[in-house]
Design a binder for this molecule. Structure first.
Ligand code: SF4
Ligand code: SF4
Ligand code: SF4
Length: 410
């Protein structure tokens, strides 16, 4: 059975009981009977849905896992029996019993603490203890190497894939975060960020930030740096809309109350993109309960608030720099929807003019994954992958040799 959108809505609504909002159909008050009937429904779905796939293969060893650990298991032990949990509540008891009776030994591979494992043990299911799978705080996550080192001793043969190129995480081609990186790097600005898609800018191949910490932390951290530095070295805080509403807003209150001197860039992509595109309080202006980021910043005492569209690159750069140069606290809201969640229509694309290209690689500095180096008869060529390019023109802005053309799609 496939999960339908209405089933997801049921799962969502059961988590937000106690709230009431007549114009938001997702937010309703339920009584206990309703909640129990929903529990039974989700229990049934979890045992019959492809969201929890089960692969019964090798009979000696089996795993229950979820998230990235599943991929590491598949990479390392492709012949093992695996129950992959796409939803961990409620646990699919029927499927868990099925794999536990199918294999001789069953293990739970989960990052962090033993949450799933404890739940399964409490059902009376036997989880093998002969392999030392350390848990938090001694250990936080699995890798293919760890799985290989732990399970090679068993009868099942590990077959790690070979020659996989090392790749660091990247933002999507044309993502609004790339425009923020572009400004920070071009003007050699010091900035803190937190765990968002924008947090990817801390990785060395992008190198846009000096610091990246927990979701919602960047405003407080930038403010702290600026206080400690007597405002000689002004750090900018970069935060996503999800991080802002989660706990970043507290940092903004603190900034106003303490009369700070810190600029905050809020990248408003209208969802929490990194965790799957969930709504935030400003995502749905059609709801009367919706909150507006600009109005909220004003209400919290920040007078200098601007909204900018990164795709209008010239105005974007001018407005951001002039805001950063003004004294006092200020907020720059970079408004562009997440390309993965909202999939806006692509109206044009960029291509490289190889005659004009000097192969200076300046365009690669913007960290757009659509740009690549290809080998042509042993010679390097800069290329734009038309399957990825969304025509945002950021690369064109960064090419001083006029070697990037933009063409509209007919
Ligand atoms: S998922 Fe959305 S916010 Fe995240 S990198 Fe892609 S386009 Fe940007
Ligand atoms: S910045 Fe322009 S000239 Fe330099 S490699 Fe890129 S396309 Fe070629
Ligand atoms: S226009 Fe350039 S920067 Fe924008 S998506 Fe295409 S290749 Fe990437």
């Amino acid at each position: 059975m496939k999960f339908k959108s209405s089933c997801y809505a049921v799962l969502t609504t059961t988590t937000i009981m106690g709230m009431k909002n007549s114009d938001n159909p997702k937010v309703t008050r339920f009584n206990n009977d309703f909640v129990h009937s929903m529990d039974r429904l989700t229990d049934n779905l979890s045992n019959n849905s492809n969201i929890n796939p089960i692969e019964l293969k090798d009979k000696k060893i089996g795993f229950i896992t979820s998230g990235a650990s599943y991929l590491y298991l598949k990479e390392t032990l492709p012949d093992a029996s695996i129950l992959k949990l796409g939803a961990i509540h409620p646990l699919p008891i029927g499927l868990i019993k099925k794999i536990s009776t199918y294999v001789d030994k069953l293990y739970v591979i989960e990052d962090g603490q033993s949450v799933i494992e404890k739940e399964i043990r409490s059902m009376g299911i036997n989880i093998a203890k002969d392999v030392d799978l350390k848990k938090f705080p001694d250990f936080t996550f699995f890798t293919p190497e760890i799985i290989k080192s732990k399970f090679l001793v068993n009868d099942i043969v590990a077959q790690p894939l070979q020659d996989i190129p090392f790749r660091l995480p990247m933002n999507c081609a044309g993502c609004s975060h790339l425009f923020v990186y572009y400004i920070l790097k071009k003007y050699h600005l010091k900035a803190t960020t937190d765990v968002t898609c924008g947090g990817l800018g801390i990785f060395p191949h992008i190198n846009a930030f000096t610091n990246a910490k927990h979701m919602g932390s960047s405003i407080g951290i930038a403010h702290g740096f600026n206080c400690a530095n007597d405002d000689k070295e002004n750090y900018i805080a970069v935060i996503g809309d999800g991080g802002f509403w989660a706990t970043g807003i507290n940092g903004l209150i603190n900034l106003t109350f303490n009369k700070g001197n810190t600029k905050v860039i809020i990248v408003d992509n209208q969802c929490i993109a990194m965790t799957g595109g969930q709504d935030v309080p400003s995502s749905r202006p059609e709801y009367s309960s919706s909150l507006d980021i600009k109005e909220t910043c004003h209400a919290l005492g920040i007078q200098d608030v601007i909204e900018v569209d990164p795709y209008k690159i010239d105005d974007f750069e001018k407005d951001v720099i002039s805001s950063l140069n003004r004294d006092g606290n200020g907020v720059i809201i970079v408004k562009k929807e997440c390309l993965v969640k909202f999939k806006p229509e692509v109206k044009g694309q960029c291509t490289i003019d190889n005659e004009a290209c000097l192969k200076c690689k300046a365009c690669l500095q913007i960290s757009c994954p659509a740009l690549e180096i290809l080998k042509d008869n042993g010679e390097e060529k800069i290329h734009i992958d038309s399957g990825l390019c969304v025509g945002c023109k950021l690369c064109q802005t960064n090419c001083k040799n006029g070697a990037i053309n933009y063409e509209t799609i007919q």
